[in-house]
Ligand binder design. Structure first.
Ligand code: ATP
Ligand code: MG
Length: 271
């Protein structure tokens, strides 16, 4: 893997990209998945790369739905496995009834196996979706393939980085759909019962914490969630930040440029 200096201001993002590129070379991440990641990164920039108060409320509501669900399922595609296998395992430990299903837009037996291995290595138990045993009605092609014991049987489906058609098809089946998607304008976010407009690893980590809070379980009860309000809040945050511009000073504007290891930010940025 390319060596990236931890001192780079965007170290985390570059590391993530390098991991995804590596896993794309191995075939686990689809080339289309790299494009989807880039789209997500752009929206995270607009959001300020942090969980907003509105997203935090959505995560809290999602945690309650998961705890109250009879058969909760998380749908895992290549990007989700590549970015967040340990977080999926942690969430499953926190919600032992959570089923984890590999569900791919670009499905091949090899990719399914690779993703299942990655999840198992991270500690996920009983990975579903290895063999096609059911179909979501109304969806063409391989995108309809699901596991009878997983998504087809679920009352609550957690779908990170999902496609809009499938989200709609799941809702038509009467499932409660929780989406994690950085794009508040995507059809997925617009269609889900409970859209979480946040970055995947941040959202899953926080969800595992919320699930662990002591609270009485009320099986089958899903307190209403204001999805329209959540989408509006995310759009507002993004437009506010876009209108305000960057908080940091533009290079060359600083009155006293900070010294960084024998150089200045100005000289580093304007070679
Ligand atoms: P639609 O939902 O409108 O049908 P789509 O699902 O086909 O669109 P894609 O780009 O394929 O569009 O889906 C990927 C979605 O996942 C994008 O909306 C993108 O913003 C989001 N996304 C990508 N990476 C992340 C991430 N790490 N965390 C959260 N969301 C992400
Ligand atoms: Mg989508």
């Amino acid at each position: 893997m390319t060596r990236i200096s931890p001192r780079h201001p965007r170290y985390r993002s570059l590391r993530t990209r390098a991991t995804l590129a590596e896993l794309a070379r191995s075939g686990l991440v689809a080339p289309e998945g790299l494009i989807a990641h880039g789209r997500g990164e752009a929206f995270d920039y607009f959001l300020g790369e942090r969980t907003t108060p509105s997203a935090r409320r959505a995560i809290r509501a999602a945690a309650r739905w998961l705890v109250n669900a009879r058969t909760p399922v998380i749908s895992v595609n290549g990007n989700v496995a590549a970015l967040a296998a340990p977080e999926v395992a942690r969430l499953q430990r926190a919600v032992p009834s959570l089923r984890v299903e590999v569900n791919l837009f670009h499905r091949t037996p090899t990719r399914v196996r690779q993703i299942a291995h990655l999840l198992e290595a991270a500690g996920v138990r009983d990975v579903l979706g290895l063999v096609a045993t059911g179909r979501i009605p109304g969806l063409p092609s391989d995108r309809a393939i699901v596991d009878r014991r997983g998504i087809l049987a679920a009352d609550v489906c957690l779908v990170p980085l999902e496609d809009g058609d499938r989200t709609l098809a799941l809702r038509r089946l009467g499932k409660k759909v929780i989406a994690i998607d950085l794009n508040p304008l995507s059809r997925t976010a617009e269609t889900a019962d409970l859209p979480i407009i946040d970055e995947l690893t941040r959202a899953l980590t926080q969800m595992a914490v919320e699930v662990g809070r002591p609270r009485p379980r009320r099986a089958g009860e899903f307190p209403p969630f204001d999805a329209t309000g959540a989408l509006r809040a995310a759009r507002r945050t993004m437009s506010r930040r876009l209108a305000a511009g960057p908080r940091r000073r533009a290079p060359g504007r600083s009155a006293s440029p900070r010294r960084v290891r024998g150089t200045t930010r100005r000289s580093r940025r304007t070679p």
